[in-house]
Design a protein around this ligand. Structure first.
Ligand SMILES: Nc1ncnc2c1ncn2[C@@H]1O[C@H](COP(=O)(O)OP(=O)(O)OP(=O)(O)O)[C@@H](O)[C@H]1O
Ligand SMILES: [Mg+2]
Length: 333
């Protein structure tokens, strides 16, 4: 597991992630408080320790980012043909039934499908894969279903979402053409994806493919993988969505989720983000500071008031971190 330096106390002692029970980080604070700045420094630190960090840059925050010399950096535009995703790819070595399941998993990122539709689609995908296409693809499956399969009600309701998915992704020979064990920083750019809905869907899709690909590697995962999701209030916080899954299960596969937001209101998001072992709070306004202090100090009124004053008055770059066993500590960069 990585050991990252979050900052220093007033006496110069380092505050690190050592001993925390999961690799997840949640950062909150008012605009301009230093959240993204901090996450970038942590990402650089993680890469130097051999991690792969994938930054989902849907806000353009990394557009002008200059890495320190020697840091391996790659940028990829998610809507260009440069990025290829293929849940049906034989390259993973997974049996046809597993690849059929991965396809359904992917489809459920953006569409609601009933059990019948999922089962019928899975059967059709297995049949298609066993029919021996040279490179099986989602659009190949659409054609196969239209031309060969008896059209059940389940299959008919899966067909439109399947066509939607085939328009959205470029299929290649691999499950995803991003090597998931290479130390370095990969910035995924979303410049061409205008609508918030489409962005959310693309992020969810990518998280699913990355998750499936990473967790199915039998050989284990030598390098930690960090998924950096700034402005995380924009994500899909459904209970069956990927951000929740990463926070709940990522630890088992050395997948860390790093999330930042000014303030999160969504109850499901709040509950999931509380799972992150590192909770870093930068300066907040009065309203958010009061709410935050209430969750941190619950019934202790004196503590609540002290925390509220502290959170309101943090200068840029300073933060408080909640300790696993006792209270909080104040840090700066
Ligand atoms: N510790 C720091 N030292 C020097 N500059 C900093 C520090 N923290 C932040 N900055 C600078 O302050 C500006 C705002 O910081 P940052 O982008 O990290 O804010 P933010 O909390 O992510 O805000 P937003 O919620 O609007 O995204 C940036 O130009 C950043 O480079
Ligand atoms: Mg920011």
């Amino acid at each position: 597991m990585l050991e990252l330096t979050l900052g220093r106390r007033a006496d110069g002692q380092a505050i690190t992630t050592a001993g925390r029970e999961n690799p997840h980080i949640f950062v909150d604070g008012i605009s301009g408080a230093g959240k993204s700045f901090k996450l970038k420094r942590l990402a650089e630190d993680a890469v130097c320790q051999g991690a792969q960090v994938i930054a989902f840059d849907y806000t353009g925050d990394f557009a002008a980012y200059m890495p320190p010399e020697g840091l391996p950096l790659r940028r990829m535009d998610v809507s260009s043909e440069e990025l290829q995703i293929n849940p049906l790819s034989p390259a993973s070595g997974a049996p046809a039934s597993v690849r059929g399941q991965r396809l359904v998993h992917l489809l459920l990122a953006g569409y609601r499908l009933g059990t019948r539709a999922c089962v019928d689609l899975m059967d059709a995908a297995v049949q298609y894969l066993e029919s021996g296409p040279e490179i099986p693809t989602v659009s190949g499956l659409v054609e196969y279903i239209e031309q060969v399969c008896p059209m059940t009600r389940g299959l008919a309701s899966a067909l439109e979402p399947l066509k939607g998915l085939s328009r959205l992704i470029t299929s290649g020979p691999e499950e995803i053409n991003v090597k998931l064990n290479l130390p370095g920083l990969l910035i995924l750019e979303f410049r061409q994806v205008e609508s918030a809905w489409m962005r959310q869907l693309m992020i969810e899709l990518l998280l699913r493919v990355i998750w499936d690909s990473r967790t199915s590697t039998a050989a284990g995962n030598p390098n930690p993988l960090i998924l950096l999701l700034d402005e995380c209030q924009n994500l899909n916080w459904r209970k069956d969505g990927m951000p929740v899954r990463i926070l709940r299960e990522g630890r088992k596969f050395e997948i860390g989720g790093w999330f930042a937001s000014q303030w999160v209101e969504n109850e499901c998001a709040k509950a999931a983000l509380r799972e992150a072992a590192v909770q870093m709070h930068f300066r907040q306004d009065q309203d958010a500071a009061t709410k935050l202090a209430r969750t941190m100090a619950s019934n202790n009124r004196e503590k609540r008031e002290r925390y509220t004053r502290l959170i309101r008055s943090l200068p840029r770059g300073s933060f408080i971190v909640e300790n696993p066993c006792c209270g909080i500590c104040l840090g700066h960069m």
